[in-house]
Design a protein around this ligand. Sequence first.
Ligand SMILES: Nc1ncnc2c1ncn2[C@@H]1O[C@H](COP(=O)(O)OP(=O)(O)OP(=O)(O)O)[C@@H](O)[C@H]1O
Length: 215
Amino acid sequence: MSKSDYVLQAVNLHKSFGARHVLRGVEFGLRPGELLGVLGENGAGKSTLLRILAGVLRADRGEVVHRGRLGYCPQRIVVNDELTVGQHLRYFQSAYHLEDLTVAESVAERLGLTPFRHVRAGVLSGGTRQKLNLTLALMHDPDVVLMDEPYQGFDWENYLTFWTLTDQLRAQGRSVLVISHLAHDTERFDRLLRLTRGQVEPTDAMAGAELEAAS
Ligand SMILES: Nc1ncnc2c1ncn2[C@@H]1O[C@H](COP(=O)(O)OP(=O)(O)OP(=O)(O)O)[C@@H](O)[C@H]1O
């Protein structure tokens, strides 16, 4: 596959916070229709990497090349506690310039978020807030989806629903990057990378199992 076939590429990314050199030349590409996992221990720099890929944080060096629309599901939920779920959807509809809420309503329905439409975000449970977070990341039908620990707070049923949604995105040709410190269910991914010592390297299910044991 030539480099131009990637929908997203990290090219020699470096990032430091003070003396802490978190990313030290991260290089990888995300392929069309691929479900890619990036694993790493707590503090390895996964969220830093994803924020740079999403364009909310600037790298010190290197570049991110992507095409198509990006969807970003951050680890820290960025909802407004005073707004209801429905108000969030309308707010983001306007921000994304969407004609309607067809995709949002479909995702919300799948995740069981619909009954909370008139509930303020501030009183939602952690898992339900995460459903809103995920819906906001997917409602503009992005070509490339970047997700940071996307199933945090989900019960088992919603965890499985998350994977069904992800499989559907992939079947529609979307590319999905999931980062996690947990290396379980590694067989669900098309490919797994590990972020370690500031760089990304290939891993396999066995290496993932070791990581899980260590976490
Ligand atoms: N804005 C910041 N200012 C200073 N240090 C930061 C900042 N953001 C991240 N760091 C540091 O960079 C390192 C990597 O943090 P990051 O959140 O990217 O790790 P992570 O792999 O996502 O961790 P976790 O699995 O615990 O979420 C940590 O040592 C963290 O303290």
